[in-house]
Design a protein around this ligand. Structure first.
Ligand code: SF4
Ligand code: SF4
Length: 377
């Protein structure tokens, strides 16, 4: 970490405050400490070795790292990266993360998942009829469908429907009998040492079982494997793709046929499948697929890169769930369809949580639910 470079970047802020208008956590709290500009000021203290208050420490940890603010800054300050770096610095000084993050990180180390799930139940999404045929690591394939903690435990249809679609298309892939966590949660919490250890163990596992291609269902896994692993392990050369990217090609090749479902939905671009992943790559593919499923879909924004945050990234719910609920409510208030679709199980999970808390009569689904329904029609 080049502290001088970070401080120069922070000090290039001209206090125009443009970034504040786009930040969901600021919009719903009206608290400057919970804005990009406020968090930059906290980061400045962190890197200048000045004390920060408990309120300031919590403000860093209520940032969802959604990267919306990075789009607006005329000084081209990578605000979300700086916020993340300040968390890393606090962890190095034993001043972070918060106890809730430590608890979840202990859970990841002990149970290999970030949601407190029983490891024995990780494959509960897989029906018995498939389980008996599944060869797991022994299957002769260099492509691994990596489901991740949210799909495996919390939004199980986002594990099952991608699996079934790949089987229906005759795609050669395997899954793990004992899947680990990708480590994104630990990385976002700023615990770089533990995160790098998880990355290394996973890289070794992939090498051992001959994985050259990874297909993921979760935005967090995509972001971790595609961007973060490569940042620390330059020789990590596994080809990483989101399931939608793969299904898009399968449809083009005629391996699956989609039939109209005829209903209105709103599509939500997850930050870690969109602007935090690779600008533009996964904006058109989900839309084209949804159109081919005959879904009349509404947009949340005119520019998908500016898609609002679902409100749940980087462990914010454990720190202040009221912020997630308010962010989700704002988002729901701006859509006029009953159903909202996302390509990330964490977003789907948060939308369901927000709906339950606010009783708004919305339904949230993972994108492959519609694709499988459309194939079967
Ligand atoms: S948009 Fe950039 S320059 Fe303006 S206040 Fe935010 S960080 Fe500072
Ligand atoms: S990354 Fe998102 S939540 Fe964090 S300061 Fe920027 S806009 Fe706000």
């Amino acid at each position: 970490m080049d502290v001088n470079k970070l401080l120069t970047e922070i000090n290039s802020c001209i206090d125009c405050k443009d970034c504040m208008e786009i930040c969901d956590t600021y919009m719903v709290t009206n608290d400057e400490l919970k804005s990009p500009n406020g968090r930059l000021k906290i980061a400045e203290k962190v890197f200048s070795n000045n004390q920060i208050s408990e309120e300031e420490r919590i403000s860093l940890y209520t940032c969802t790292l959604c990267a919306l603010c990075d789009l607006t800054c005329q000084q081209e300050i990578q605000i979300s990266e700086i916020i993340h770096s300040s968390k890393v610095r606090l962890v190095e000084e034993n001043k972070a993360p918060l106890e809730i993050h430590n608890k979840i990180i202990r859970g990841i180390i002990e149970k290999d998942n970030s949601v407190g799930g029983n490891p024995e139940e990780r494959l509960n999404w897989l029906p018995e009829s498939y389980k008996t045929k599944e060869l797991f690591e022994k299957k002769d394939s260099d492509t691994l469908l990596f489901l991740g903690c949210m799909s495996s435990f919390r939004v199980k249809e986002s594990a099952l429907t991608p699996y079934k679609i790949l089987i229906l298309a005759g795609y050669n892939f395997k899954i793990l009998e004992k899947e680990p966590c990708c480590g994104e949660y630990v990385y976002s919490a700023g615990n770089l040492d533990v995160a790098k250890k998880i990355f290394q163990e996973n890289i070794e596992l992939f090498k051992k079982i001959g994985v050259k291609n990874l297909i993921v269902t979760c935005g967090g896994c995509l972001y971790a494997f595609y961007k973060v692993y490569r940042k620390y392990f330059k020789d990590f050369e596994v080809n990483v793709r989101h399931i939608i990217d793969v299904i898009y090609d399968l449809e083009k090749e005629g391996k699956i046929t989609l039939k109209p479902l005829n209903k209105p939905i709103t599509y939500h671009d997850p930050c870690r499948v969109g602007r935090k992943y690779k600008s533009g790559l996964l904006y058109s593919e989900p839309r084209e697929l949804l159109k081919k499923c005959g879904l009349e879909f509404k947009e949340l924004t005119t520019n998908p890169e500016e898609s609002p945050c679902c409100g749940s990234g980087s462990g914010i719910r454990g720190v202040d769930s009221s912020i997630c609920i308010k962010i989700g409510k704002e988002l729901f208030n701006n859509i006029d369809t009953k159903e909202i679709v996302s390509s990330c199980p964490l977003c789907v999970f948060n939308f369901r949580y927000v709906n339950y808390k606010n009783q708004m009569d919305k339904e949230s689904k993972y994108i492959t639910d519609y694709i499988l329904e459309s194939i079967r029609k």
